[in-house]
Write a new protein. Structure first.
Length: 557
């Protein structure tokens, strides 16, 4: 498809990017460490660290891992919310030539075990609040080195108080036992006594295994190379420049990092882009605590705010939110799920800044397209493709459809993954012969070059910006002895966009909705759990016996 979207590009945004300036993320980090040395880079719970401190701490941690004999390319899992230890660990792992495996801290033992085993991770850095989960599965994995962090590690003198409150008052740290583990502070201290050995990290080295369900319910690691991530950071930076020109006098941009950094959207927009531009990220460990989030932002003149529709809506519905200082806010960026027009309009009226709606997926590092950052109106589209990005709308036979016609959105660009970790068969299913990634989403390109999402080709459920794959939910529910058949679908939800609903045929007549919901609580993390259960005597199927989820979802069966 011709790049008709280029005619709608804002002035100054190039059609192509140059990624050669950074052979890897290591050079990107080290340029910023040198250039912005005395600036604050991240803050959390009132404590900030500078670029110099991030440089020094990450070198110490990298040296400690090297002293354990881990070879370049080794996978290291990070299982933490947004705390200061996360960016330190991130930079350490990448600078030592290792690969980051991001893990959702709220995973159940079953989910954690799969990801650790599949990735072959040899080490993990985990917040103590979640250590009990690791304890249950670590013996079944290749993990040899465990670093346990605490909420108060990097908070200075008040860290001990924070730890006491978290452990003894709020009871947020279940009892755990991990023989041979070391503390985060221990690793930093002992790494300081060892020399960090620089290792060559090239553009084709694996930076992240970012786990996603892809087109099925089996969690697969999207292989994101250093060049993929570097490209998307540069693309995102260039895309935001027109918005930044609105506030030319701001010396340092401040980003609200409320979305979890283990999610690739937040990783790019809140973490890596912040470092690349010499910004400062305000880390929010628990974005579900809306009053606490608002309190954390009081007195801070933040400039960018990546989020999802549900987060923006929750903030707007808290009367305290409008008392914050929005004078430096140039743009919010909405990803993960569709931004509702009502929310976008209220946000603009309250803050004076637009929500830029973007589209992406883990397999694309993640950003594919976004609303131009100099627009202030709600378009109902996912914007224009990023620089150096091609989009092709194709039918089921792989042929490009005419302009304006719906088809599967296929993407090619420097940000597209190298494939799925150890799954060439799954890679082949999503990559075309001419190098396009099949997204599984149905959309069309308008004559302005904007892309509009029409539907999903796959049965994925989108809960507050997180992908939920029916296969995984159904596999768990089917293990219940009282279930004969099950189908999981997404249904509209005013808070989370969609929620999981089960349709179940009973094997045991005594089976209840609460039985199944309790069963899922032990096996699925929160956003994957069903909200409702509907019992049926039978489920609709094709002539070959495949359950027709779409008919259940659309109320046709």
């Amino acid at each position: 498809m011709d790049r008709i979207w280029l005619k709608s590009y804002p002035p100054g945004v190039p059609a192509e990017i140059d990624t050669s300036i950074y052979p890897s993320l290591v050079e990107l980090f080290e340029e910023s460490f040198k250039q912005y040395r005395d600036r604050q880079v991240f803050s959390c719970m009132g404590k900030a660290i500078t670029y110099r401190e991030l440089d020094e701490y990450s070198v110490r941690l990298a040296a400690w891992f090297q002293s354990k004999g881990l070879q370049p390319g080794a996978r290291i899992a990070l299982m933490m919310p947004n705390v200061l230890q996360y960016p330190i660990a991130l930079a350490a792992v990448l600078r030592a030539g290792y690969t980051v495996v991001n893990v959702n801290p709220l995973y159940t033992p079953r989910e954690l075990e799969h990801q650790l085993k599949d990735s072959g991770a040899e080490a993990i850095i985990i917040l103590e609040n979640f250590a009990t989960t690791l304890q249950k599965v670590v013996a079944n994995t290749a993990i040899k080195h465990i670093v346990v962090a605490t909420m108060g590690d990097m908070l200075g003198p008040k860290g001990a108080i924070v730890n006491f409150v978290v452990r003894s008052i709020k009871k947020m740290v279940p009892a755990w036992n991990l023989p041979g583990h070391v503390s985060f502070k221990h690793a930093l201290a002992h790494g300081d006594a060892r020399a960090f050995k620089r290792v060559p990290v090239g553009p084709d080295a694996i930076a992240f295994l970012q786990y996603t369900g892809g087109t099925t319910g089996v969690a697969k690691g999207a292989i994101l190379l250093h060049r993929n991530i570097v490209a998307n950071v540069i693309q995102s930076d260039l895309w935001l420049q027109p918005a930044k020109l609105k506030k030319p006098d701001i010396e340092q941009f401040i980003c609200v990092v409320a979305l979890p950094l283990y999610h690739v959207f937040a990783l790019n927009s809140g973490g890596l882009l912040t470092i690349r531009t010499g910004g400062m990220g305000v880390l929010i460990p628990n974005p579900r605590d809306i009053p606490g989030l608002i309190k954390s932002l009081r007195g801070i003149r933040f400039t960018t705010f990546p989020g999802v529709n549900t987060l923006y809506n929750a903030l707007l519905n808290n009367p305290e939110f409008k008392t914050l200082d929005f004078s430096n806010l140039v743009a919010a960026s909405g990803g993960g799920m569709a931004v509702q027009e009502a929310v976008a309009s209220r946000w603009m009226a309250t803050t004076g800044a637009p929500i830029l709606e973007g589209y992406g997926l883990s397999e694309a590092s993640p950003v594919v397209s976004c609303t131009p950052s100099n627009w202030t109106h709600y378009s109902g589209t996912i914007g224009l493709p990023m620089p150096s990005t091609d989009v092709s709308i194709r039918d089921d036979d792989g042929h490009e459809v005419p302009l304006g016609q719906p088809g599967e959105i296929c993407v090619k660009g420097p940000q597209v993954m190298a494939g799925y970790w150890n799954r060439p068969d799954e890679t082949a299913k999503v990559m075309t012969d001419d190098g396009y990634l099949k997204t599984g989403d149905i959309g069309c390109v308008l004559d302005t070059g904007e892309i509009r999402i029409v539907d999903r080709k796959k049965d994925m459920i989108l809960v507050s910006g997180f992908n939920v794959y029916p296969n995984e939910v159904e596999d768990v529910v089917a293990q219940h002895p009282g279930v004969f058949e099950v189908a999981a679908v997404g249904v509209p939800d005013s808070n989370s966009g969609e929620a999981v609903k089960l349709f179940v045929v009973k094997k045991d007549p005594a089976l209840t909705e609460s039985d199944l919901i309790d069963f899922c609580k032990e096996r699925l993390t929160g956003y994957k759990r069903p909200r409702t259960v509907e019992f049926r005597t039978e489920l609709p199927k094709t002539n070959v016996g495949k359950i027709l989820r779409r008919e259940l979802r659309d109320g046709k069966a």
